[in-house]
Design a protein around this ligand. Structure first.
Ligand code: PGA
Length: 260
């Protein structure tokens, strides 16, 4: 695992975009895993700049997003479909038919049996097969939750888990309530790639910034590999890069980091 600490959010985002751009230049039909949340916004801005000023070409790039809230329509301004359109897709030359964001409108769900709801199970299997059909994800962008989650794999998620429905923890609901009018509006369920799905990507690129991520980054990098910190699974990955700003790296032991 390579941990590279940057002066600030801007430098971290620029480095992340450079890494992605280099992979697209090497393989124009790159299968790119994408993440939502506030962390990758700067990375996406920099990618858009590289597209507009240096002609970084997305015409053959295939994308797969990590997750989506259940029950929020794609046109809702807090859906991850909307986030990706607004923060990236509308400003690059991606072919809409190459974009995959999990579907999350399944009508009324029975909370006591949703994990076996055939509509959801079928969709999740389809999503996994679609990733395989394109040869697997070449590089997956990740954020990290303050509780160590990756995508919506909350603490306790099996490190072998696949795409499925997950219940969000109270911490995640609270963390994400800043994007909604009130905490009551935050969805409680999501479709998410599993930790096992994520670990099959050939390369992982996790970004973390701000004080609020320092404990989670320390647990992921230096703690035991445990389902209680799903990001700690990255320690088992052959090619995982963690980019941080100084604040998110503040609790790491100096010997584990390099400086970008
Ligand atoms: P954030 O979320 O980028 O909005 O901090 C990251 C995550 O929860 O994975």
């Amino acid at each position: 695992m390579l941990v590279v600490v940057h002066e600030d959010y801007g430098a971290m985002s620029k480095k992340g975009a450079e890494i992605i751009a280099s992979r697209i230049r090497r393989k124009p039909n790159l299968v790119l895993g994408l993440a939502t949340g506030s962390t990758p916004v700067g990375l996406y801005k920099e990618i858009i700049r590289l597209h507009k000023s240096e002609g970084l070409d997305f015409s053959k790039v295939i994308t797969f997003n990590l997750d989506e809230y259940i029950g929020i329509p794609p046109e809702h301004d807090q859906s991850y479909h909307y986030f990706m359109r607004e923060n990236l897709f509308k400003d690059i030359n991606i072919n809409p038919s190459n974009v995959h964001v999990p579907h999350a409108m399944f009508g009324d769900l029975n909370i006591s049996s949703f994990e076996t709801d055939p509509k959801i199970v079928q969709f999740c299997e389809w999503y996994e097969n679609e990733i395989k059909k394109y040869g697997g994800i070449d590089i997956q962008v990740l954020g990290i939750g303050g509780n160590g989650h990756i995508a919506f794999n909350e603490p306790g998620s099996s490190l072998g888990s696949r795409t499925r429905i997950k219940t969000l923890t109270e911490k995640t609901v609270k963390d994400n309530s800043r994007f909604f009018k009130s905490v009551k509006e935050v969805p409680r369920y999501a479709i998410t790639m599993g930790v096992g799905t994520i670990m099959e990507a050939r390369e992982l690129l996790l970004l973390a910034n701000g004080d609020g991520k320092a404990d989670a980054v320390k647990a992921a990098v230096e703690g035991p590999i445990t389902a209680m910190c799903p990001a700690s699974a990255l320690q088992l990955h052959q090619k995982a890069i963690i980019l941080t700003d100084k604040k998110a790296a503040a609790k790491l032991s100096a010997e584990f980091v390099t400086y970008g």
